[in-house]
Structure formats: C-alpha cells, structure tokens
Design a binder for this molecule. Structure first.
Ligand code: UDX
Length: 443
C-alpha cells in the first residue's frame, strides 16, 4: 500500500510515521523548506514523545520519505491524505480551507489510476463533497473516491492514540474506497480497534461532535468545581463519584483553568458557525465557548484574590505555560490570557515550562523566563501551577518556600496535596476543593 500524506503538521506527521510503521510506504509531502530540511535531518518540528524514534526507524527502513515532490508522490499513491492545516479564520471563526483546496487543486493534476483521496485534518461538514466537486471539475477523467477519515489523536499521547484508537472512522459511499481503507487499517482492526464505515457527512460531523462534547464535559466540571467551592464540597470526590456511572464515564472530568489547544477552541467555534449556517443553532455549545473564555479570565482574578486582593508590585511565578503537559504547543493556552491580565494589573511575572518556552517567549512579552520551578520561585510572592507537568507534581515545597518572598500557592490543576502544603505554612488555593480551596497559612 502506497500512501501520500500532504502536510507534515501534527496530524500528518504522526499519521505518516505510524502508517509507515505498519509496513506501508509513505511519502510525506510538505512545501515548507525549513520544516522539510529538519524532517530530512531526522528532527521532528513538534515535541511529541516517541515520534523522532518512530520516524528514524521507518526512514532507515525506507518506508518513510519526506519530500516536496507532490507529483511523484500522488501519481504513485493508492491513498492521498489531506493533512494540511485548517486554522480558524480571523474575524469570523470559520475553518480556513484555503490550504485544503489548494492542495486539492495541485493533487488533481497528478492523479494516475484509481486513487482514494481522504481528509485527515478536521474539516467542516460538506468539505469532502466539495473536494470531489473540485476534483471532477479540474480532472473529469480522474478515477477518484473522496473519503473523510478524521483523526482523534491527542497531543502528548499521539502515537499511542493513533495505534490504539477507540475507533477508526471512515466516511465513504464508494465500495472500492471502502476496500482500500479496510486494507489500510487492517493492522489496527487485527488488534481489536473497530473500523467504522459511515456516510461522509456523519464522519465529518462526528469529529466536531466528539470535540464539542469533550469541551462541554470540561466546562461542566469547571462549573461544578465553582459550586463545590460555594457549598464546601470537593470536586475530585464529586467527579470520581459521577465518573463511576458508566453513562457519564470518568475521563475529562478534571477541573482546571479552561481548555485550550489546537482543536477544542477551533472546533467548538466552527461547529457553532456550521450549525448557525445550516439553521440548526446549538445554544449549549455556544455557551461552552463563552464559559471557557470567561474561565481563563476568572483564573487571573483567583490569583489576585490569593495574593491578598491585588498583584500590583508583586511577583508571580508561573509553572507551566503550554495548554497541557507533554507538548510545546501554546495554541489557546490559558496562560496566554492569565499572564497578560496579571501584568496589566501590575504583577511582575516569572515563568518556566519544560518544553514550551521557545514557543511562548514571543507570545508572552515582559515575562522573565527561568530554567526550573526553583528558579521561577525565587523572590516570588505567589506561585501558580498552570500546566500539570509531572515535575510540578513532586515539587520540593520546602525548597520552593525558602526561595519565595511570599508563601502563597495557587494550584490551578489540583496536583498538590492541600494539607501537605498547609503544613509547611503556605497558603493554598486549589480548584473546587471545598474547605481546601482557599486556605490560610497554618504554620
Ligand atoms: C483533543 C482531543 O482529545 C482529540 O481527540 C482531538 O483529536 C484533538 O483535540 P488535545 O487538544 O491534544 O486533543 O488535548 P486534550 O488532552 O484533549 O486536552 C484538551 C484541553 O482540555 C487541554 O487544555 C486540557 O488541559 C483540557 N482538559 C482536558 C481539562 O481541562 N480537563 C480534562 O479533564 C481534560
């Protein structure tokens, strides 16, 4: 099986590496010369655990090739994946499909023999049909079938998610395309992952519905956390109690500073607009978008309250700036709203992040960057955990306290043990932790 993967971004690169590891031959095409040069040198442009090793193994075996030669790659391919970016368009919140359509226009010229073309990036409902229309218009003679095959992988665990998916979803009504896709995913089917064939529109919408539902679940538990604080309940206990109900499930019930990343904000917004356009408005999902934005801002207010009502003239240490751990991705990270708001209100911000600094530095001007939590804590009045990197779960709090000039910790991810923090004479503020949510120094 020969695959052409167009786009070596997150989804494209991980998919290309994993498909080649199944034994398929993959040409991964990208038109960004610096990205391509890095890939050819064996460097992944993104931080993803295990990815470079997987790339190296398959490049060595000759199954994974990085190239800008779209012509040969398309002409030889059984399946062409479109994995180019679909960023949110500035101003109107719609998905920007210009990269998808220009890849389609170019691909059309080189098609040779029966070829399955499939979207891998998240695209609005109806895009596969539109791609087919454009292909047929440009190459009426071409023998193609256009599928939708959305990817559900998470950053930070992308390889595990790709190779052990809860399901593989393929939208197609073409029997030949179904055969090809069945063959392609056989290695996963043999391991027990169901490969589902559905209508193209169903596959496209399912991706948005899944992300919107998960975003809703996070916003829901964040609201329950606020209620917990008001009534003295502990959100961890509530989440674990409701999570045992299999109809609810125990995943995605961690309260925090609001969701970020490359998918949830963009997809929730795109679904709201698609629904509006189709005259099927979605008021709950619309609220999720608003509630999540306000959640991030509310975290800055919470830090201010923990600092005694004002951060003016105070130093705040921020541990973790990426939208979640195990990634260097800063897209829609809560820190991007929290840090500037603290600065506006007069705080000096020191920050550290195990992987995110390079991406974050230009996005967060005025921040003093530190190599470690210890360094960030030096001279700080308040220390805030924004991203739950493992190394922040096991902080040496005594050492941290001795470096700080104040003694207040705000734990936006509930990774610390409130009682242990208090024992050291540090005031602790968590999220939805009932009587532990905001505590005074006891030592
Ligand atoms: C998400 C989807 O999980 C994935 O299926 C889809 O393909 C892409 O979008 P990703 O953005 O990589 O993946 O991250 P994910 O682990 O889902 O986390 C998204 C955001 O939600 C993060 O900001 C995270 O901190 C937040 N989150 C997640 C919570 O606040 N609480 C939770 O319980 C889970």
């Amino acid at each position: 099986m020969k695959i052409c993967m167009i786009g070596a971004g997150y989804v494209g690169l991980v998919s290309a590496a994993c498909f080649s590891d199944f034994g398929w031959t993959v040409n991964c095409v990208d038109n960004d010369p610096s990205r391509l040069a890095a890939l050819k040198a064996g460097q992944s442009p993104i931080y993803e655990p295990g990815l470079e090793a997987l790339m190296e193994r398959n490049v060595k075996a000759g199954r994974l090739v990085f190239t800008d030669d779209l012509k040969t790659s398309v002409a030889n391919a059984d399946v062409v994946f479109l994995a180019v970016g679909t960023p949110m368009r500035r101003g109107d919140g719609y998905a920007d499909l210009s990269y998808v359509f220009s890849a389609v226009e170019e691909t059309a010229q080189y098609l040779d023999g029966f070829t399955v073309i499939t979207t891998k990036s998240t695209v609005p409902v109806g895009t596969s049909r539109e791609i087919e229309r454009r292909l047929k218009a440009k190459r009426p003679d071409a023998d193609v079938a256009v599928c939708s095959n959305p990817e559900f992988l998470r950053e930070g665990s992308a390889i595990q998610d790709f190779t052990h998916p809860d399901r593989v979803l393929v939208g197609t009504d073409d029997p030949r395309a179904r055969d090809v896709m069945e063959r392609l995913y056989k290695p996963l089917a043999l391991r027990g992952s169901p490969v589902m064939f559905v209508e193209r529109e169903s596959a496209e919408l399912a991706k948005y519905a899944a992300n919107a539902f998960l975003a809703l679940k996070i916003s829901f538990i964040n609201e329950i956390a606020d209620v917990c604080e008001a009534v003295g309940a502990d959100v961890q206990e509530v989440a674990s109690a409701i999570g045992r109900d299999r109809r609810i499930g125990d995943k995605f019930l961690h309260p925090g500073p609001g969701y970020g990343g490359s998918c949830f904000p963009k997809d929730v917004s795109a679904l709201v607009r698609t629904a509006r356009e189709a005259r099927a408005p979605v008021s709950i999902i619309e609220q999720v978008e608003r509630v999540n934005h306000e959640r991030k801002l509310a975290m800055a207010v919470r830090i201010e309250a923990a600092a005694g009502g004002s951060v003016r003239g105070k130093t705040v240490a921020i541990l973790g700036v990426t939208f979640k751990p195990n990634t260097d991705d800063m897209r829609d990270a809560p820190s991007l709203l929290i840090v500037p708001m603290l600065q506006e209100r007069g705080a000096t911000v020191r920050a550290c992040d195990p992987q995110g600094r390079k991406q974050a530095e230009p996005m967060l001007p005025g921040v003093t960057w530190c190599e470690s939590a210890d360094e960030a804590a030096t001279g700080a009045d308040v220390l805030v955990i924004v991203t739950e990197w493992n190394e922040y779960r096991a902080l040496n709090l005594e050492a941290i306290k001795s470096r700080m000039s104040g003694s207040t910790i705000v734990d936006l991810r509930n990774v610390l043990d409130p009682a242990a923090v208090r024992e050291l004479g540090i005031a602790y503020t968590g999220i939805g932790r009932g009587r532990h949510t905001a505590s005074q120094k006891s030592g």
